[in-house]
Design a protein around this ligand. Structure first.
Ligand code: HEM
Length: 472
């Protein structure tokens, strides 16, 4: 087991060379002690675990309490570290846009992500990040998305058609759908053709990433996760030659064909880390967003009818065309769904120098989070923030608001690479659901959302998606 853990956590020699400079500097930053952040209001909680038990009980309610009590800058202690949260549109802009190069994504996400994906874009900073993003961004250019659309439109249609046969657990079924989209669009395999094995290995790996105890020596979940990651890497290594030779429409094939400025293909390790991280970045966030969409379509019938009106005016034969058809109301509905239920609730960084915000000094070395989930609900930015109202996203309303008040996909240099990919899938998903005769939700324990690590229903919600022509 010792050899396995070392093998899967060590960066490749090529990447290690490129990362060393940036990462060493961040790792050498001083650990923040209580006296360094004594001037910032907040809470310590229990020894070592800090506020973690309280925050895990209800992450959104915890953040709301802290914000009400302490304002837009507050600290908390958790698992041996002091963290500072910065709330609001200005904080989002300062941290995400990072004009002064004061925030390290590696320093913020590294403890969670780097042991599993040392070469992932999200844990790169500076020039290394810019280079990798330019190369990987090629696979996500608008003109490349057309190739993926037909693949995921087919997955969506098959899934929703199967839901029409009876009552389904909405979140579980949506997760299955997004896994099957991941297998087909990312790996170029259907679940039947070997994608299921890759997806199983991936799911075990994610179990370890999110486990409270992540040592493979102490936790069977972590041990299985590390082993699954090694197997998944082996499986992908075997596929790279084949993918390099193919002109497939899947993202794995595209990434295998990418070249850097000198015309060199990416090293195997970089391809594997990138693809596995893309799966992770895409799957849970999309499962969260699609679940919110399905539930809001059922619980907000007035707005669902408003979408149907728009859909009735637009003609297209191919379901994939919904992604590019003139359906602005669908974008507004989707944005409102992920405003209330931000799939990625907190974005993490570490300050690499002292920073000033809202009258506070945040010392260098501080683990810092901006919180889109909470910022999307601040009454000074959003009128009646708890109500569902897609009209918040008309072009005029968006222009009148601070650009960083709405940041479900982050912003600035690390802004989500899958933004257009997600919006297009959401269009096809919504269009397919709106073609059901009716959508009904049953939630015996009420609809409440749990917001960590991604927003999802706290209790089981079942749905009935009835087939047949809609009654007008
Ligand atoms: C509704 C769905 C999604 C949401 C809400 C979402 C949210 C985010 C957020 C907030 C970030 C910024 C993290 C940061 O600044 O630290 C991010 C980054 C990223 N996302 Fe997404 N994401 C979604 C779907 C996807 C999909 C489908 C993909 C891939 C196809 C993807 C790939 C990425 C990548 C590669 C990054 C890192 C970019 C970088 O570091 O330069 N995401 N996402």
């Amino acid at each position: 087991m010792a050899t396995l853990a070392a093998q899967v956590t060590a960066p490749s020699p090529v990447n290690a060379e490129r990362w060393r400079f940036e990462r060493d500097a961040v790792d050498r930053l001083p650990k923040i002690r209580a006296r360094d952040v004594a001037h910032i209001p907040g809470k310590m909680g229990l020894p070592f675990v800090g506020i973690v038990p309280e925050a895990l009980l209800d992450p959104l309610a915890f953040a709301e309490r802290m914000y009400e009590r302490h304002g837009p800058v507050y600290k908390f202690y958790g698992r041996g570290n002091w963290n500072v949260q910065l709330i609001g549109a200005e904080a989002n802009e300062l941290v995400l846009f990072d004009r002064t190069g004061s925030f390290s994504a590696y320093g913020g996400w590294g403890p969670l992500v780097a042991p599993f994906f040392p070469g992932a874009l999200l844990v790169k900073d500076g020039q290394d990040h810019r280079d990798s993003r330019r190369i990987l961004g090629e696979a996500f250019r608008q003109d490349k998305l057309g190739g993926y659309r037909a693949i995921f439109a087919d997955d969506i249609d098959r899934a929703v058609t199967s839901w029409e046969a009876g009552t389904v657990d909405v979140y579980e079924e949506v997760k299955k759908l997004t896994l099957s989209i991941a297998a087909s669009t990312f790996l170029g395999m259907s679940l039947e053709q070997g994608g299921a094995n890759a997806v199983r290995l991936y799911s075990h790996m994610m179990g370890a990433l999110l486990a409270v105890v992540r040592s493979p020596w102490l936790s069977p979940v972590a041990a299985r996760g590390f082993l699954s990651k090694a197997r998944l890497e082996g499986l992908m290594k075997g596929l790279i030659r084949q993918k390099r030779a193919s002109l497939g429409d899947d993202i794995f094939s595209r990434v295998c064909q990418l070249r850097d400025d000198q015309g060199r293909q990416l090293p195997h390790e970089e391809i594997i880390d990138s693809i596995i991280f893309l799966l992770a970045a895409a799957h849970d966030t999309l499962a969260s967003a699609f679940t919110s969409v399905a539930v809001f379509l059922a619980t907000e019938p007035r707005w669902a009818d408003w979408l149907r009106e728009e859909l009735d005016e637009v003609r297209f034969d191919n379901p994939a065309d919904a992604a590019t058809a003139p359906l602005p109301r669908q974008d507004m509905f989707f944005k409102e769904a992920i405003r209330l239920n931000a799939p990625a609730p907190i974005v993490w960084r570490r300050t690499v120098r002292d920073v000033q915000i809202y009258g506070y000094r945040i010392p260098a070395g501080t683990i810092t989070g901006v919180n889109p989930l909470l910022t999307h609900r601040i009454p000074t930015l959003w009128e009646d923030p708890r109500s569902f109202n897609p009209l918040r996203f008309t072009a005029e309303a968006e222009a009148a608001r601070h650009k960083f008040a709405f940041a479900p996909f982050g912003g600035g240099i690390h802004k989500c690479l899958g933004l257009h990919f997600s919006m297009q899938q959401a269009r096809i998903f919504m269009t397919r659901l709106l073609r059901c005769k009716s959508i009904e939700i049953d939630a015996p324990r009420g609809i409440s959302w749990y917001n960590w690590p991604n927003c999802r229903p706290r209790h089981r919600i079942t749905g009935r998606f009835s087939a047949g022509p809609r009654q007008k």
